[in-house]
Each structure stands twice: as C-alpha cells, then as structure tokens.
Design a protein around this ligand. Sequence first.
Ligand code: CUA
Length: 373
Amino acid sequence: MRARRWLQPGLAFAAALPWIAACDFTGPQSALDPAGPVSQAQRDLFMWTFWLSWPVMIGVFGALIYALWRFRARDAQAAREIPHQTHGNTRLEIAWTLIPVILVILVAVPTVRTIFATEQRVTAGEGDVAVHATGYQWWFKFEYPDLQITTANELIIPVGQRVVMSLDSADVLHSFWVPNLAGKRDMIPNQDNQIWFTADRVGTYYGQCAELCLGAHAYMRFRVIAKEEAEYQRWVADFQEAEGRTAAAAATGDALIDRGRVLTAQKGCVGCHVIDGFYPGVPVGNPDFPSLTNFGLRTTVGAAIADNTPENLAAWLRDPQAMKPGNYMPTLWTADDPNREAEIEAIVAYLLSLGREPAATAQLDTGGDHGRQ
Ligand code: CUA
C-alpha cells in the first residue's frame, strides 16, 4: 500500500523527464547562448546570480526542513505542550543581517557594472555600422543612413563590427529583441532609444517584438544575419545597384516575370510597397510600408514568419490573414477568381527576381536555388 502512494507522483516525474532533459542553453533564440560581447556579459551576470542563489536556497530550505523535522510533535502528549520558548540571539541576528547585506552587494556590484558597460550611450564612429530601426504594426524597418539602404525585417550586419542602432516607433510601443546578441530595448514613438551589439560569429539570429503591440504582435519577428565582411560588402553592393537590378528584372524577356511586373502595378502592390527602380526615375510606394527592393535576396516573408520560398510567398499573397492574422496586407483576390493562381505565380516570379543577378533569375525558373543567404 505504501508503494502505491508514490506511484502517481513517480509516474508524473517520469513523464516530465523528457521535457526536463530538453531544457538546453543553446538555441536559435537563447539569451544563454551568446554570440557577442553584450549577450556574453548578460549571460555571465545571470549565471553569477544564479549560482549565488544556490547556497541561499539550500541554507533557507535546509533550515526550514531541519526545524520541521527536529521540532515535530513526537507523540500526543508532546503535541499538547507548548515547546521551550527562546527570545533573542545576538549572534544569529548579526549573522542574518550581515549575510544578506554581503549577498546583495555581491549581486549589485556586478549588475551595476554590467548595466554601465552594456547600456551606456555610444556614438557610431569609424568602423561601426549605424542603423536606424523603426517599429511598425507589425514589422521592422531597417535603414542604413550612411549607405542609403532601406530594408525590412532583416538586419544584415558584418561579423565583428559594432552595430549601433537608434530605435524608434511609428505607432505604438514595440521592443527590439534579439536574445543571442543583446538584451531587449523598447521602441517608443518620438523617443530616441539606442541599442548596440557585435556578432562574434557568422549566423542567423532570431529576433522578435517583445512589447505587446496588439494585433499581430506574436508574428512581429525579424532576423539578424551576420555575414563575413566580403559577403556583407556584396550585400551592400547588391542594394546600391538595386535600381539597375530592378530594371534588369524587367528586361529579362521572361514572359512570367514580365506579367508579374505588370500585375504588381495593376494589383496595387506599389501603391504601398517601395521598389527602387520600378519605374525608372519615379518613386513608387510609401516608406511607411515594408520595402520590396531587392526582395529576391530576402530570406523571409511576412515579417520573418516564414522562409522566402515560392510556395510560402504564394501562400502569403493568396491569403495574408491566414498566415498572419491581423496584419494590414489586403487579400488581393476573391477565392473564386479564376485568374488567382496564375496571377500569384507571376507576381511570385517577379518579386523573387528582384535584386538577383540575371543568371540567378534564370536559375529560379528551373526551380533552382532561391535566395542567396
Ligand atoms: Cu511590436 Cu509587439
């Protein structure tokens, strides 16, 4: 009978084991898997505080359990008696005042030092990458003022260089958070907030909005892609040639891409979305919507909620609300529109050709590699 009493909690523990075992410090969005000095400092501070709390927990729970056991009522007679009462113990009182004071100092000093080291305001100088990020419901705009580049939901950075970002919001509160690289920082309308970090290794780091901003908040994501210097410079060059690339996409002579370009205008895409070079010399779109310039080089769609594949892009165009409920992208076709699928296919072909070199676009038609990383 005694064994049965332990059966249920035992089974529950066994069932929880796989989840406990899956707790892991590494991960695409883990603050405990730092990829740069800022997140490393934050992790170090966390681990220091974490280990420091262990002796406290063992001491407090140890004393509690000891007292419960040592002074338990041993029999019915003892249960009726008031045990021996004690008042005052100078040595104990000094100890339980001094020890917490020391512990608080041990936590406070490194905390304040880390805050000052990682959150001080800096000025972007030589060798830094300056970026201005704006939060919108529900996407991120990234502008590189020194490079005249504007992109959306993907922050491309060179590895080993400090990125100094000014943060702003166009509407409500958002928060910029990419755990592997830096802590989170609010994006507040009309307040010039700042965050800076460095990526020590090449990779894709997952970020998301960390401030409840209604609607599609949960789908307001972004990626930080750290590239080797040469790769980064190539990406910059790709953007500085964007107008020419867009014109080249229009001149491929590919019937599908060409039809896609016409539909991109007819369906009203360029009423909202900027595409540099769409009409040579004439700007299209509104900078308060995600830019589609060089969209073919983008790795995600819908503010980083899905990979930028022809299938996902088609699904996004077909029913944006199904993929990201609440977002502002309208549905451009009725479900019974007989031309829907053919038109989606053409727009997908056109958008994915943007920014690619013509050879890469030709490859796209054969179902080859899409999206250079
Ligand atoms: Cu933006 Cu939540």
